[in-house]
Write a protein that binds this ligand. Sequence first.
Ligand code: NAD
Ligand code: GLY
Length: 373
Amino acid sequence: MRLDVQLGDRAYPILIGTDLLRVTGHLREAIAGKQVLILTDENVAPLYLQAVLAALDGLRTSTVTIAAGEASKTLANAERVFDALAALGAQRNACLIALGGGVVGDLGGFAAALWMRGIDFIQIPTTLLAMVDSSVGGKTAVNLAHGKNLVGAFWQPRRVIADIATLSTLPDREYRAGLAEVVKYGAICDGAFLTWLEDNTNALNDRSTSAIAHAVLRSCQHKAQIVARDERETGERALLNFGHTFGHTLETLGRYQTWLHGEAVAIGMTMAAQLSAHLGMAPQGDAQRLATLLRQFGLPTTASESAHSIVELMRLDKKTLSDVLRLILWRGVGRAEIVENVAPADIIASLQNAANGPAVPASATTLFSRVLD
Ligand code: NAD
Ligand code: GLY
């Protein structure tokens, strides 16, 4: 399957299939020059690097393999990539391939955007989250001690190759975390897709190839359309952050140890939906429906952090102890909306209403207290 991200002379295809890594042409035809650097991580390299190298036979290649995980999304690792590009003799027509999850994709895109002021870049996502979200749309970044994703660039890939067969090795928790981002598209802009997800929970939980292919295709269609309309997030693209302000806060409170990103987004979407119902914007039944679907995918929908600690950190995250917050809220299934003036007191009341059991106070930390989506 192929769909295109319509960005004028920077338009690019997203290929979705089950045997893409073995068909060398998919990769080869997108490479203009002779030098190719592959960025991957220590979990993905033993599984899929050989297939990619085989497709690059005859080109000058080099590989940088980073440690798996968020801690690798650093300027220091970007410098490792630059050193490898220099050693490769990479010219302006060189290509960087990011083979892995969102960490490799964000770091690789960042390095590609900067090397010689920008070289070609191909995304080969191997996590569900990367297939449905991070590999599409050109947001690239590394983290600083001051915050997550604080340094980055919009730099679109030349091509995205999503080979669903690679998901067969993805750990269960990572797979489910990716499903949260799939549910997000149904929640924010496609009620029919949300119904399809409800009808196909068993198939997706069993990792049916055809169900995953449909979920990835539908998610990428939505992401591609939104990015084409609002590449730089001046408006509509912000809807993709539904649940993310709550989610980032929970990730930070958990010091990036408690929740995977997708898990935090699942809880965050539930909280945003409950808040929307609390404010009378969305039907309570829709908020319950969303939480039920997330739970059917084995995702968490509640957290033990106190409402006060969540809201305090959300206000810090916005870099202002402002009296109102800008959040992505909900009019119900398929209809997200940017709301500029949410009162912290309403968020606290909504969180306290929804809390199951007593709230456990959590102390805020400065680790990534500032996050850019
Ligand atoms: P990740 O890249 O850390 O991958 C998750 C884990 O799965 C890692 O341990 C990895 O080694 C392993 N893995 C990857 N593919 C595998 C496979 N096929 N088989 C076995 N193991 C495999 O995490 P992620 O969830 O893919 O991405 C998270 C990152 O994405 C975060 O840094 C986040 O900020 C970023 N992100 C970026 C955007 C964007 O628009 N640029 C959007 C969402 C998230
Ligand atoms: N992940 C949100 C975006 O790409 O805009």
